[in-house]
Design a protein around this ligand. Sequence first.
Ligand SMILES: Cc1cc2nc3c(=O)[nH]c(=O)nc-3n(C[C@H](O)[C@H](O)[C@H](O)COP(=O)(O)OP(=O)(O)OC[C@H]3O[C@@H](n4cnc5c(N)ncnc54)[C@H](O)[C@@H]3O)c2cc1C
Length: 339
Amino acid sequence: MLKIEQHVSLQHHNTLALPSFAENFCRVSTESDLSEALSWSRQHRLPITLLGGGSNVVLARDLSGLVVQMAIPGIELVSEEQDQRVVRVGAGENWHQLVLNTIEQGWFGLENLSLIPGLTGAAPIQNIGAYGVELSQHFLSLEAIHLATGEQRVMNASECQFGYRDSIFKQSGRDQYAITAITFVLSSKMDLCLDYPALQKALDGIDESELTAKRVSDAVCGIRRSKLPSPEDIPNVGSFFKNPVVSKEQAETLRQQHPQLVGYHQVDGREKLAAGWLVEQAGWKGFNQQGVGVHQQQSLVLVNSGGTGVALLSLASDIQASVADKFGVSLEIEPRVYS
Ligand SMILES: Cc1cc2nc3c(=O)[nH]c(=O)nc-3n(C[C@H](O)[C@H](O)[C@H](O)COP(=O)(O)OP(=O)(O)OC[C@H]3O[C@@H](n4cnc5c(N)ncnc54)[C@H](O)[C@@H]3O)c2cc1C
């Protein structure tokens, strides 16, 4: 039977370690647990908040209603045709362990997404991406339960409306579905994506014949460990702001004023600017106030050293205002804010 607890601290359930309480909390390991949790919330007329590993949330208040931690396990090879491997994964599987598992099986596709914290069920929410690869490139479909009706749905990639750190689940479908499983299309044939400059550099000198998914994954882990602070050492949610995408004209004007501007050309002609560079140039690197701050080495990462979600959002808002003032560029917060 499903165990629902009252007044549960969420401090260990979010990687920013922000103080927050769930009015009611449960962990669901099966679809029938989830149905029971949904019936309970309907019966008590309480809202539901879903949680995975808490690595992309800013908890700036207590969460009323029922917080449901998604823990449905399972990794299953659904079909293999020629080089194609179709794999169905439960929402509660740890993302990085899944990546390592696929590499061990000899399946290519997810290696560049190594070491991203969190659980598999949350991966489509912002179409996780890193080192030149996005989840959407290896995504076939997902299974979800509509929270209001309990109806089961299968959604393909176009229905999920994936974009840069974006999907329908951040837009019109926000807070409407519990994702229970995801089906990926991977390849048993060597198919590596090595376009990302930092990755190329890390693999420089390795003979092409010696390249494997494991080597790429190790290189990605090495870069990430050297660049990003681990939440275990200093609580954070990774990149706090999305990299803003601006028009070609705006990027050119900005580059005339700031020749060092860091940006990446997009296929549509626009330019994606490095948000970390903008924050650093606005003078925020290493800044601290009220137990929250900007990381010493990585300006895109906001950290918590004993503050609150309210203090963190106030700092984020000051940063957004100063970047807008200096560059005329607006920064959008990447994690989901509960304020
Ligand atoms: C150090 C660090 C590095 C990171 N690097 C990257 C990176 O390189 N690229 C990247 O894209 N992200 C990165 N992230 C962000 C984060 O890891 C991802 O967004 C991850 O997918 C979040 O997973 P989670 O289980 O922790 O989600 P949570 O934080 O628990 O939830 C995030 C949102 O998804 C919703 N949600 C969670 N599970 C479900 C579900 N099963 N069904 C429906 N809704 C659900 C929640 O309600 C919430 O709104 C990083 C974070 C950290 C801390």
